[in-house]
Design a protein around this ligand. Structure first.
Ligand SMILES: [Zn+2]
Length: 202
């Protein structure tokens, strides 16, 4: 029987530190629709979280690690690059999976540095690498480098020029889907407290 494609396994195939990963940690604020921030900053998110953030994990030796800027980003399904746009931490790649006649199913990879030769219209297969996680050193709010994933369906009538971070945050014509439904949920652990809160005794 053909093995079901697992996105977390695909990440492990591309990143030695992630291979044999025991747990993906989701701290409060990293999950879909969360209204709080998971990095050291007061206040709430401007809009509910548009997807999930992949950053902290327990590696094969049982040590907690963090995604670093060299972290290679594979795609979760075969598709075509629909758009590449800048976001506040790096760039966002929109991948179109040709869902239905009138709507697109998109997987979106944000806060990354796309491969230099990646361009709109390119076909990529499940597991192919499209870039690395963007370095956030010196960026606002001390947000650690991480991979943000959004899934959405959107009408084909929406022009490609509209595909940017603003559209993800204010998805008037789109329907956002919880990315956890596409991941191997057995390896995901929801944490009760954030790192920085522990650090500052909050
Ligand atoms: Zn995010």
């Amino acid at each position: 029987m053909e093995k079901k494609f697992s996105y977390l396994d695909a990440i492990g195939e591309q990143n030695i530190c992630f291979a044999g990963m025991k747990r993906l940690y989701l701290y409060p604020g990293m999950e879909f629709r969360s209204e709080i921030k998971w990095w050291p900053d007061k206040g709430m998110r401007v809009t509910p979280h548009e997807g999930v953030d992949i950053c902290y994990f327990l590696d094969s030796t049982g040590e907690e690690c963090r995604v670093t800027p060299e972290f290679r980003v594979p795609v979760m399904a075969t598709g075509r690059v629909l758009a590449i746009s800048k976001d506040y931490l790096g760039e966002t790649v929109f991948l179109d999976h040709q869902y239905e006649q009138l709507s697109r199913f998109l997987s979106i990879y944000a806060h990354i540095t796309p491969l230099p030769d990646l361009k709109t219209g390119d076909k990529v297969c499940a597991g192919d690498v499209i870039g690395t996680v963007a370095d956030t050193a010196g960026k606002k709010n001390r947000i650690p480098a991480h991979l943000h994933i959004t899934l959405m369906t959107i009408a084909k009538a929406v022009p490609v020029e509209k595909f940017d971070w603003h559209m993800i945050s204010y998805p008037e014509d789109a329907k956002l889907i919880d990315p956890l439904r596409m991941l191997n949920t057995k390896k995901i652990e929801f944490m009760s407290k954030n790192h920085w809160k522990e650090m500052f005794g909050l």
